[in-house]
Ligand binder design. Structure first.
Ligand SMILES: Nc1ncnc2c1ncn2[C@@H]1O[C@H](COP(=O)(O)OP(=O)(O)OP(=O)(O)O)[C@@H](O)[C@H]1O
Ligand SMILES: [Mg+2]
Length: 238
């Protein structure tokens, strides 16, 4: 067995929304491992707990039970302030809603994580410009989000997620509104940023076109991990 450094490890993660009759047990004991240097995809039917699981791993949501460890840090026992700081430094997100600031142009939008980490505006915008150019938006740097297509806005969100070089990148359906060529470009970018020995990318997706980019595929169902597959042997079953 090869020695692999653990990036994310959860065990027995339980999360319930609501109480009594109307309670929904979104996570029922999730045991999960992601290694450094790996791109891991998470698949499973709608409502099975994928987004809830990502929220627990990135610390925007607290688990009710179980343990969550990211790069050796136990998130469960961090104070709210320390958790926010840890996330700001180590985690990048691409969510289904892009959450761009409408009154800021895309360079300003993509600079945000660096500004939050104390970079100067000049340095942050230089790095944001570099990434926006890499995702094909170099000619639209002064544009505002509303002037861009859904797929272009998604690429701004991707540039923003990568700008502070997070060790853990969490993506919820990153190619959902992209055509095949743009989707492939985005995955190549994510893969290039992931395939470093100290980093990890976790991607929730329904998009079977991008499965070949995965190192492993984790299949979720009904609030638990049903199986872990090597990408080559995975066939869509939901
Ligand atoms: N804030 C909430 N309050 C109540 N129930 C919630 C909340 N968030 C999620 N749920 C419920 O938890 C379950 C898991 O939701 P989740 O969003 O994690 O699913 P998902 O696998 O991401 O689905 P999709 O593929 O449709 O995005 C669902 O039954 C959902 O209705
Ligand atoms: Mg979801």
């Amino acid at each position: 067995m090869s020695m692999q450094t653990v990036a994310v490890r959860t065990s027995g993660v339980v999360k319930t929304f609501g109480e009594g009759e109307s309670a929904v047990q979104a996570l029922r004991g999730v045991d999960f491992d992601a290694h450094c240097g790996e791109m891991l995809m998470v698949v499973g039917p709608s409502g099975c707990g994928k987004t809830t699981f990502l929220s627990v791993v990135c610390g925007t949501m607290r688990a009710d039970e179980g343990s969550v460890e990211v790069f050796g840090t136990d998130l469960i026992h961090l104070s709210a302030g320390k958790l926010t700081a840890f996330r700001g430094k180590n985690v990048g997100f691409i969510f289904q809603q892009f959450n761009l600031i409408p009154t800021w142009n895309i360079v300003e939008n993509a600079s945000v994580p660096l500004l939050l980490n104390g970079a100067s505006k000049r340095d942050a915008e230089a790095e944001a410009t570099r990434l926006l150019t890499e995702v094909g938006l170099g000619k639209r740097l002064r544009a505002f989000p509303r002037e861009l297509s859904g797929g272009q806005q998604q690429r701004v969100a991707i540039a923003r997620a990568l700008v502070h070089q997070p060790r853990l990148l969490i993506c919820d359906e990153p190619t959902a509104s992209l055509d095949a060529a743009s989707g492939r470009k985005v995955m190549e970018l994510l893969k290039a940023s992931a395939c470093r020995p100290d980093r990890c990318v976790i991607v929730v997706t329904h998009d079977s076109r991008i499965f070949p980019f995965a190192d492993r595929i984790v299949e979720m169902g009904d609030g638990v991990v049903k199986g872990v597959h090597n990408a080559g042997e995975y066939h869509v079953s939901f």
